[in-house]
Unconditional design. Structure first.
Length: 406
């Protein structure tokens, strides 16, 4: 289904959204609200509504408090759950288009030419400086065996294959992804195909194009927001294989008191990419002495879809930002399967939600959590939801991303 993209309404968008929500929501038995339907042009900023490589088409429904978007691209129309995930998909569509501009045949020829010279260079070095070269070679072999060991022990179903890790294909892919600011293990299939095509050609000569640097201003790399070490994490995602990341993450989670069984389940899930898992571990490390981090990791390991897994990645990032900017977390608590935070001032829930309406699920969450607390959401809430939460001692904090990460 296609529709004409409507103009963004600027400063009046919030007021229009509120009016639309009131009109669309119908009270059901028990005073609950039904999920609304929105016009994309009235809830999205221009850059997410439409760009050179995508367009949001059709109505936007709300399911599970997340907006469901239809993102139309030259590669097909994709259903995207949640505005945070949409922001990533828009970037990935643009990166895919830019990668397509890199001519595979030319890259292959250039790389092959460089490869052909390498045996001669190595042979010459063995003759003129055998001791140094042999020492370097032994170190290199040792590194290869370390990589093999990490790869064999890794359990992440989305990790690179051992051969790809050793031949340079995965390294070139990670470098490309870093330059373009995208996840090298992306679940957006068109991007994955282009990363594989260009990286495979580049790896023949172990060369890596810097074309992405023109795409990502300043070469910022993968979009991550975890404390003050995002730069270090981006570099690790570029330079380390998924197996290496898992090995390091396993040790870090164990040091936090997470059980072996939970760690194994976390790395075994297919609904988080190796990047997502590395980001979550990094976020957990930024929580100081917070107790029961196993509750968060265990729940994340139970994700049933990639959208759910990505939502827990965002939850982890926002939690780390909350600790940095607002208050420490004493411990996590499990409330009906949802990890909440216990702080000095009470219970805090940080949830990537686009639109919160009054529903049995929401009432059940706060009823089980206690007499008062805060819910930080990335989007907005209906007036009825805010009213009912307030009457029960709960405060809803909208636009959490803007408050915590900027």
């Amino acid at each position: 289904m296609t529709t004409r993209a409507l103009a963004y309404l600027g400063a009046s968008a919030a007021a229009t959204l509120s009016i639309l929500a009131v009109q669309a929501l119908q009270a059901e038995a028990g005073g609950y609200e039904t999920p609304p339907t929105f016009l994309a042009a009235k809830i999205l900023p221009p850059e997410l509504l439409q760009g050179p490589y995508h367009k949001i088409v059709g109505p936007v429904t709300v399911q599970g408090f997340l907006n469901h978007y239809q993102m139309q691209t030259k590669y097909g129309t994709f259903t995207v759950l949640g505005t945070d995930l949409l922001r990533m998909r828009v970037r990935e569509a643009a990166a895919t288009a830019h990668l397509e501009e890199i001519n595979g045949a030319e890259t292959l020829a250039t790389s092959a030419g460089k490869t052909a010279l390498k045996p001669l260079g190595t042979a010459k070095d063995l003759v003129t400086a055998p001791g140094k070269t042999l020492s370097d070679t032994v170190k290199g072999v040792g590194n290869i065996f370390n990589q093999v060991d990490a790869g064999v022990s890794a359990t992440d179903p989305n990790r690179e294959g051992t051969i790809a890790s050793l031949t340079g294909g995965s390294k070139a892919r990670r470098k490309l992804a870093y330059d373009f600011g995208v996840d090298p293990y992306t679940t957006f299939e068109p991007l994955g195909a282009e990363l594989k095509r260009v990286a495979s050609a580049s790896a023949i000569g172990e060369t890596a194009t810097n074309a992405g640097l023109a795409f990502v201003t300043g070469g910022a790399g993968i979009a991550i927001s975890v404390g003050g070490t995002s730069s270090d994490l981006r570099l690790a995602l570029r330079d380390k294989s998924a197996a290496d990341l898992e090995k390091a993450g396993h040790e870090e989670l164990a040091a936090m008191g997470v059980s072996e069984g939970t760690i194994a389940a976390f790395y075994a899930t297919q609904w988080l990419t190796p990047t997502d898992k590395a980001v979550i571990v990094e976020a957990m490390m930024h929580l100081g002495n917070a107790g029961q981090r196993e509750i968060f990791i265990a729940r994340t390991a139970q994700a049933k879809t990639y959208a759910e897994g990505f939502a827990y990645r965002r939850k982890a990032e926002l939690t780390a930002a909350y600790v940095k900017r607002v208050a420490p977390v004493r411990t996590f608590v499990n409330v009906g399967g949802t990890p909440l935070m216990q702080t000095a001032s009470g219970v805090v829930a940080i949830v990537p939600m686009d639109y919160v309406y009054w529903s049995p699920q929401l009432e059940g969450l706060i009823s089980n959590a206690g007499t008062h607390g805060e819910i930080w959401i990335t989007g907005t809430a209906s007036p009825l939801a805010a009213q009912n939460l307030a009457s029960r001692g709960w405060t809803i904090v909208p636009k959490a991303s803007a408050r915590l990460e900027h």
